[in-house]
Design a binder for this molecule. Structure first.
Ligand code: FAD
Length: 326
């Protein structure tokens, strides 16, 4: 089923989950078990990442296909287009169609650092696929309305590589985001952020200047340690507001459990604030899970907006336990 149909049909707040394909067979087995357990959180959809330049093509397609077949949750596969041989893109889209995947997150991708496929033809195709909008157009041209297409947005502005934060400007990206919507994108997932004020400003820009109908799904990354928190924020060019830093004083920073617990409250509060301040217009929250299970469940349990999900999962579990006992 398409993400857009599911989103439009959903009356209660929901979540979605991102996973990346593990490198090893053991990693894949463990992840699949975790994905089954996490489907108790009733995600609206799950996404599977794609390595820049097609570097994880085989593993992404395999994981996405297994998930689509074995979980009762629609899959959205990420697909990047720059520095990628067009045959890799064609093959990926064909495979998705064959295995029943209806959702693609169409991305430009960054210059790949390692394992890029066929550099020579990749350079030629880079001309055809310069920006994500080119991939959106291509999918629409080749597949009509078969795929529901998602695109990326950046509440604090997109930033290239090592560029300074001062070079980020969401207003500059806005016309290009609109181009992606006009080319046929059906929903938007944002880059991770921790400054809820910046997201809310961006949401207003989006509604006023891009679309009041297209779902804007905020991307959230649970925090598992202070070190990883800083690293993820830096890599994603996301700012960390002072009020969050104040909650994690230097003596607490080395204590991963304490940091996790503080940040569960921070993220639950971000979700509740977004839902309240957008009057429920934003009703799906996308988690960059890093393939980890517990932090998401803790945030869901703490958030007033998502708490019903945890309650329903527990009731279902009790029901199953009773059936087994009978
Ligand atoms: P675009 O929409 O093409 O935008 C890139 C930049 O170009 C922006 O600065 C934009 O303003 C500018 N621009 C766009 N169109 C034009 C135009 N016509 N003329 C001039 N400038 C233009 N990367 C991966 O490799 N694999 C993944 O699985 C992956 N998943 C992601 C999931 C999400 C939710 C997000 C937010 C990002 C993800 N990324 C992933 C990272 C993404 O590939 C990079 O951020 C990349 O640098 C930009 O991709 P985009 O699709 O936003 O590009």
């Amino acid at each position: 089923m398409s993400v857009r149909e599911l989103y439009d049909g959903k009356s209660r707040p929901a979540l979605s989950l991102e996973f990346f394909p593990p490198k090893t067979e053991t990693g894949k087995r463990n992840l699949l078990e975790r994905m089954v357990r996490m489907s108790a959180l009733d995600p609206l959809f799950i996404t599977v990442t794609w390595g820049a330049g097609g570097s994880t093509a085989e593993k992404t397609l395999e994981l996405a296909a297994i998930a689509q077949r074995s979980l009762n949750v629609p899959v959205c596969m990420h697909l990047t287009c720059t520095n990628t041989d067009k045959t890799v893109i064609d093959e990926a889209l064909r495979t998705c169609q064959q295995v029943g995947i209806r959702n693609i997150l169409a991305l430009r991708g960054d210059a790949c650092i390692e394992d890029c496929v066929d550099q020579e033809s990749a350079t030629q195709d880079a001309v055809e696929f310069k920006h994500a909008v080119d991939l959106v157009k291509y999918i629409r041209e080749q597949y009509g309305s078969y795929f529901c297409i998602g695109v990326a947005a950046y509440p604090e502005g997109h930033c290239e590589g090592e560029a300074e934060a001062s070079e980020q400007d969401p207003l500059r990206d806005l016309p290009y985001l609109k181009q992606k919507i006009d080319a046929g994108a059906d929903f938007v997932i944002t880059q991770l952020f921790y400054d809820v004020g910046k997201f809310l400003k961006f949401h207003k820009l989006f509604v006023d200047h891009v679309s009041a109908e297209i779902p804007l799904i905020p991307g959230l990354m649970p925090i598992n340690s202070f070190l990883l928190f800083n690293r993820a924020a830096k890599l994603s060019h996301a700012s960390i507001p002072q009020y969050i830093l104040d909650k994690i004083p230097p003596e607490v920073q080395p204590d991963d459990n304490a940091v996790k617990s503080i940040c569960v409250d921070v993220l639950a509060d971000i979700i509740d604030t977004i839902y309240r301040e957008t009057n429920g217009r934003v009703k799906c929250f996308h988690f960059y899970t890093l393939n980890l299970e517990k932090a998401v469940a803790h945030i869901v349990a703490k958030s007033h907006v998502l708490h019903h999900i945890m309650k329903e999962a527990e009731e279902e579990e009790e029901e199953e336990a009773k059936t087994r006992a009978d």
